[in-house]
Design a protein around this ligand. Structure first.
Ligand SMILES: Cc1cc2nc3c(=O)[nH]c(=O)nc-3n(C[C@H](O)[C@H](O)[C@H](O)COP(=O)(O)OP(=O)(O)OC[C@H]3O[C@@H](n4cnc5c(N)ncnc54)[C@H](O)[C@@H]3O)c2cc1C
Length: 412
């Protein structure tokens, strides 16, 4: 506890970003209320890739996009899909995204994300040491598998750049060395040229973590209001006095908007236009019912197919794809099939990959900014006592604790 003056703070959103924000604020002694239309971690956080990817923060907006875009947009089973819509928000976002693909911008973003990720790691380490939340946390490290010499060479360049920017220790491995690091790869029918290994990377079940965090918050006196939709604002004299919800008004001294993609529509009535666009992705989670030595312990990324695997106890999370298709959350069977066949090619005996119904198909919307940097703190034109903590795109689980701590410091 510190000596900061206590405030009543209302955190909107009980995804990983809202809950870690509430945690950081409660640590400073504030009186905190969390509001969500569902329960904890039911939004984009629910079944994401589960990776605490502190070193692998290269933004989606990077110079290689220009070269890869034509093939990514035309390949039949491409991980990227873009549906051109009559939506100025989509075109505006894409234009800003392409501008952010310049080397200088990418380097600056990478440096800032590495710093934020390192701060976040401290928060996670303290949480894991100080609480007993059962969330399948593991620190077995991460292997990114590259299909050919050219992609391995590019990974080496990126590793050099990230090392200069202060990234955690990484090293390149031959295919044989990667198999020594993760012996389950010996059973795979897919091939790869080599790998980038980051021993310090972690994984965690994001939904279990959110449920556990919410329980601990309630024990510490935080009010967590589920099944409560944010519908509007009562503003007076340039300040928000109360947020209007489906269950009545909630007054507070300050408000933090951590509503993921929901932040965009909730802030429109205040005249704010956030540069957020949903990048849709998919996951499946399978029970590992085959021989244990055939299932990976280390987190693995298939760089060619852009699919990630994370071990969560006796389950394996398989996640990937980026679709620019608006806020639709329907689950495309072809995408689920793609994830399952990717899993079956790497870990054929580890699970029953044909049992689609048992694989918990899921889709979520990454709340993404064009650069990849989250929107953190006061926003131009917003009421004085309203702060943002959103827009973490593909890295929200990783960055959540870092941005929560920064936001709590801003409020202090
Ligand atoms: C396929 C996929 C894989 C991913 N893999 C990883 C990964 O491996 N590592 C990583 O770091 N990140 C990953 N991400 C990104 C990460 O999931 C997101 O960045 C993160 O979940 C965003 O968290 P959030 O709390 O901002 O949003 P959310 O989890 O969406 O939380 C926002 C909350 O606001 C609530 N809400 C919205 N509107 C309203 C309203 N009007 N009233 C009340 N409540 C409302 C929602 O119910 C929700 O609970 C992945 C994402 C996807 C889709």
């Amino acid at each position: 506890m510190t000596t900061h003056s206590h405030q009543r703070i209302c955190v909107l959103g009980a995804g990983i970003v809202g809950l870690t924000t509430a945690w950081a604020l409660a640590n400073l002694g504030h009186s905190v209320t969390v509001i969500d239309r569902h329960g904890p971690g039911e939004g984009t956080t629910r079944a994401n890739g589960a990776q605490l990817s502190y070193a692998h923060v290269q933004p989606l907006a990077n110079p290689s996009v220009w070269k890869q875009l034509p093939s990514l947009l035309t390949q039949a089973d491409s991980p990227l899909r873009w549906e051109l819509q009559a939506d100025p928000a989509q075109w505006g976002w894409l234009a800003q995204f392409l501008l952010a693909c310049r080397q200088g911008r990418t380097d600056r973003t990478t440096r800032e994300l590495l710093t934020l990720a390192a701060e976040s790691r401290q928060g996670y380490d303290a949480l894991m040491a100080g609480t007993d939340i059962a969330c399948e946390f593991n620190d077995h490290g991460k292997l990114v598998l590259y299909p050919d010499a050219a992609s391995l060479k590019a990974a080496e360049r990126q590793m050099g750049l990230q090392r200069a920017l202060g990234a955690p220790h990484q090293r390149l491995l031959s295919a044989a060395e990667a198999m020594d690091t993760e012996p389950a790869l010996r059973h795979s029918s897919a091939t790869f040229a080599g790998a980038l290994y980051t021993p310090s990377e972690c994984a965690v079940d994001p939904h279990l973590l959110c449920v556990g965090l919410a329980e601990r918050l309630v024990q510490r006196g935080v009010r967590v209001l589920g099944s409560t939709s944010v519908q509007g604002w009562r503003v007076s004299g340039g300040r928000v006095c109360a947020v209007q919800t489906s269950t009545g008004e909630v007054e507070a001294d300050a408000f933090v908007v951590a509503l993921g993609m929901g932040s965009r529509s909730v802030l429109k009535p205040l005249g704010l236009r956030l540069p957020l666009y949903p990048l849709k992705g998919y996951s499946v989670t399978v029970d590992l019912n085959g021989p244990d030595e055939q299932a990976p312990r280390v987190s693995v990324t298939d760089a060619a197919r852009r699919v990630v695997f994370a071990r969560l106890g006796n389950r394996l999370r398989v996640a990937g794809m980026v679709e620019l298709v608006g806020e639709r959350l329907d689950i495309a069977p072809a995408r689920i099939q793609q994830l399952q066949s990717c899993g079956a090619s790497w870990w054929p005996q580890a699970a029953d990959w044909r049992q689609a119904a048992q694989a918990s198909p899921w889709a979520g919307l990454r709340p993404a900014t064009p650069t990849g940097l989250p929107l953190l703190g006061r926003w131009p034109g917003a009421p004085d006592n309203l702060l943002l903590n959103t827009g973490h795109g593909p890295l929200g689980l990783t960055l959540a604790f870092g941005s929560a701590q920064r936001l709590a410091r801003l409020l202090a």
